[in-house]
Ligand binder design. Structure first.
Ligand code: SF4
Length: 422
């Protein structure tokens, strides 16, 4: 039996939305059905998220961009986070993740779900750990039942995809902790390692994976199999801990597909430019082509304040080599919680990476967009350029600032295009 026969919720969603999905992606219905059946494409849509725009992740669908938002214990303004959500959507993000770790997390999540059509993702262990801290306990005092309760509640609320760090094993976490420059940098991974050491047991997300699959199947929650051991420094990229986790994630993705649950794989992290290709191809190979959702990759460690650029360079190369979904980085990465302008800049940087990468792989849609904007430039058609630009508002605003003439203020009367025309 295929995933479509085992997952009646997914089957019903595809039956209803296949024509519009095929039109939006420029794909045949058959191509979508085949990719979903093989587990190389997923449909983000939990029917409990009433206004969700069902969204495909995985080639040959368009590469998508995710924006992370959410409160932190130092900055906890729910209204600001809702504004960031709207800014991310307006800038062109295709999905958002609520990474809140402070305040009333259920209320924040419900507000986000009711405020957006974009698929919403979460990291349930944050909610579990935050409940412990709010009760005056250690973040790692939770039980496996707490995890399952949290996942079930969030699935019922309508969360479309969840990061679950099922691939962090005791062996892998100990290797990362002992041998690395920067140890474990994932918040979820570090909470889990703390739990495993305190309780002297294997990762509860791994030992209770089947129960997580049961919940996910019921609500068509896509499991984003988290990279809790992703490298947090270029020097740590490609070590044993990282690949140990990738192997486990590949096995878990296969188990999920056989059960009827959709999965994506989360990827690095900090990866030097020369290793991006081998990392992306290696992860894809070990996970049987499951949709790959990458954070960056950041190609240098020395650009705090500009990590959206470092991440976009790695992101573009990752897309060329097969990444399907880019998680944005903002100028605030490594420094503070992103502000509203950080969110906009992060989305734009990732959209540039996606467009550049897809154009390089020969995507007809991406190439046509580059060609069309070039033609608009040749025609000095400023409104056409704005429409085709990744940030139309920016084009209109900058154009207005210095010139209302046919040419712009860059070269003025020395405009190469006007000279040719004249
Ligand atoms: S003035 Fe220069 S930059 Fe502006 S449209 Fe003409 S050639 Fe391009």
């Amino acid at each position: 039996m295929s995933i479509l026969e085992k997952n009646p919720v997914l089957n019903a969603l595809l039956t209803k939305h296949l024509p519009s999905l095929a039109k939006r992606e420029g794909l045949t219905r058959q191509a979508i059905l085949e990719a979903v059946t093989q587990g190389t494409m997923v449909l983000l849509a939990n029917p409990g998220h009433l206004k969700v725009l069902p969204t495909l992740i995985g080639r040959p669908a368009q590469v998508k961009v995710n924006a992370n938002i959410g409160t932190s214990p130092f900055m906890c303004q729910v209204k600001t986070e809702i504004r960031k959500l709207k800014i991310a959507a307006k800038a062109g993000a295709h999905a958002v993740m609520d990474l809140s770790t402070a305040g009333d997390l259920d209320e924040i999540r419900l507000q986000m779900l009711s405020s957006t059509r974009l698929p919403l993702g979460t990291v349930p262990i944050y909610g579990v750990a935050q409940r412990m801290v709010a009760a005056g306990k250690d973040p790692a005092d939770f039980t496996p039942a707490d995890i399952l309760d949290e996942i079930k509640r969030q699935a019922e609320q309508g969360v479309d995809f969840m990061t679950v760090h099922c691939g962090v094993t005791l062996r892998g976490a100990e290797m990362a902790d002992k041998d690395r420059v920067l140890g474990i940098v994932s918040r979820g991974g570090s909470i889990l390692f703390r739990w495993m050491r305190r309780h002297r047991k294997e990762n509860p997300f791994l030992t209770h994976y089947q129960e997580i699959l049961d919940i996910s199947l019921k609500h068509n929650v896509v499991l984003s199999l988290g990279d809790g051991l992703r490298p947090g420094a270029g020097a740590d990229a490609g070590d044993g801990a990282q690949w140990e986790e990738v192997i486990t994630l590949g096995q878990l993705a296969q188990q999920a597909l056989a059960f009827g649950v959709q999965t994506m794989i989360e990827g690095p992290g900090h990866v030097p430019l020369n290793l991006v290709e081998s990392q992306i191809k290696g992860i894809k190979r070990l996970t049987n082509g499951a949709p790959l959702y990458v954070l960056g990759p950041l190609v240098t460690d020395c650009a705090p304040g500009y990590d959206h650029i470092s991440g976009a360079i790695g992101g573009a190369l990752a897309v060329v080599n097969g990444a399907d979904f880019l998680c944005y980085l903002t100028p605030a990465e490594h420094l503070t919680l992103p502000g509203e302008e950080d969110v906009r800049q992060g989305v734009m940087a990732s959209l540039i990476a996606a467009q550049a990468g897809e154009s390089a792989t020969g995507s007809p849609r991406a190439r046509q967009r580059d060609l069309d904007i070039s033609q608009a430039r040749m025609d000095l058609d400023w409104e056409g350029m704005a429409r085709l630009a990744l940030d139309p508002d920016m084009v209109r605003q900058r154009r207005k600032e210095h010139s209302q003439e046919k040419e712009c203020a860059m070269c003025g009367k020395f405009c190469a295009i006007r000279m040719r025309e004249d």
